[in-house]
Write a protein that binds this ligand. Structure first.
Ligand SMILES: [Mg+2]
Length: 420
């Protein structure tokens, strides 16, 4: 659980902010302090676990800004609440861990604070690849991005950057921040090469160039860059660009999830299963490799709903995803077909491994106990599997359905595999 430290002299504001933050951000504990003394105490007990601090610079028991210096020396990213005219503000903003400030005189200062905290926390632990042949700039970017709790990987030219992205298959890298002029491969060529593989909704590319170089900028945008940052840059500018690009990526992700995933369990939906299975099946048929399609159904699931109600039934369903995922590989396609039925497509797997995998899965369900509000729920599953070379997903599903039917009719809690 993440912890937020809130330091403010006004108890009414403190309470409102705490409530709003808890409402908006999931799994968060908000610690509060009204004085420098209380802040010290809170830090002594929780120092390591505080993700962010929000600090009003005027406290009754200390000179302005003391609490900000305190959180900053404890290496806690800090948002300062202050009046914009405050003289000590500018100096505080230059402190290592101060991220931003909120003008306390503005009408919507509470909602701005909550927005800013939510965005900052959301961006924690995202990864950015910084590409620049200047060591000085690489280091400056790295330091600034670390302030935002962003992981940084660096590369000194386009070729190295491309290799890094390629070896990670784009996984986990959200943004590539790239310079223009570099040896081996320049920023524009890098952008073009990356765009052949990664669309704008998966990977953001921010170009860095001198403000007066309009030609470079145009080329960058044509090559597929999302955004640009001019050199030399200000920290605030970097922060805003990064924040906006990460937000956009998240929106794209959400839209894709809404279309492809089942709302309750987060598993892919039936429509996506059919769509994605096409390419997998074609590929394996060409390779002359066998595939397995499994239909998994929770035994007597109706009893759980009837006995404990649908809310508990829903929790039990979500739990099944956890158990299923324990044995699946990244490349396996899992989908909730409806109700308490799931389908899995496994590519390039031997019959022996298929048997082991599903037998082990069945056993994991049998031994799994779900504890909800003091109630212990257990259930088993029946699994029907089709295993063969095939280019026809409908045929495979029909076979696995028949196998499932057989498993259900011969006692449940078992795996039946049909190979033809
Ligand atoms: Mg350069």
């Amino acid at each position: 659980m993440q912890k937020i430290l809130l330091i403010h002299p006004d108890i009414t504001i403190l309470d409102r902010l705490k409530k709003e933050l808890e409402k908006r951000i999931l799994n968060v504990a908000v610690l509060t302090a009204q004085t420098l003394f209380e802040s010290n105490q809170a830090l002594r007990h929780n120092q390591k676990n505080i993700s962010i601090a929000i600090v009003d610079i005027d406290l009754q028991d200390s000179s302005p800004g003391k609490a900000v210096m305190l959180t900053s020396t404890h290496n806690i990213p800090t948002i300062v609440i202050s009046s914009a005219q405050d003289k000590s503000l500018q100096e505080l903003l230059r402190k290592k861990n101060v991220l931003d400030y909120i003008d306390k005189d503005s009408k919507n200062s509470i909602s701005s604070t909550v927005d800013l905290v939510a965005q900052t926390l959301r961006n924690y632990n995202k990864t950015i690849l910084v590409v620049d042949d200047s060591k000085l700039f690489r280091n400056t970017f790295q330091e600034d991005l670390k302030k935002l709790h962003i992981n940084v990987i660096t590369a000194c030219d386009g070729a190295e950057a491309f290799d890094i992205v390629d070896s990670l298959e784009g996984e986990n890298i959200s943004i590539v921040l790239t310079d223009y002029n570099m040896p081996n491969m320049d920023g524009i060529e890098l952008t073009m090469k990356l765009r052949e593989k990664y669309q704008k909704d998966r990977l953001s590319i921010i170009a860095i160039s001198a403000t007066d170089d309009e030609e470079a900028l145009t080329k960058f945008i044509k090559a597929g860059a999302n955004d640009f940052l001019s050199k030399p840059y200000k920290f605030t500018e970097l922060k805003v660009r990064i924040g906006a690009n990460l937000d956009l990526l998240e929106l794209f992700q959400k839209a894709t999830d809404l279309a492809n995933k089942d709302f309750l369990t987060g598993a892919y939906n039936r429509r996506y299963f059919f769509e994605a299975s096409k390419a997998i099946i074609d590929k394996n048929y060409r390779k002359n490799a066998s595939i397995a399609v499994a239909t998994i159904d929770i035994d007597k699931f109706k009893n759980i709903n009837d006995t404990y109600g649908h809310d508990i039934g829903d929790i039990a369903l979500k739990e099944s995803l956890v158990v299923l995922n324990k044995r699946l590989r990244q490349s396996d396609l899992l989908s909730r077909f409806g109700g308490e039925e799931f389908c899995i497509l496994l590519e390039d797997i031997s019959l022996e491994d298929t048997k082991d995998l599903f037998e082990d899965m069945r056993e994991k369900f049998e031994n799994n106990e779900i504890s909800i509000d003091g109630i212990i729920i257990k259930y088993t599953v029946s699994i029907g599997v089709a295993y063969k070379k095939s280019f026809d997903i409908d045929e495979m599903l029909k076979i696995s359905d028949n196998a499932l039917y057989e498993a259900k009719n011969t006692g449940r809690n078992k795996v039946i595999i049909h190979t033809a």
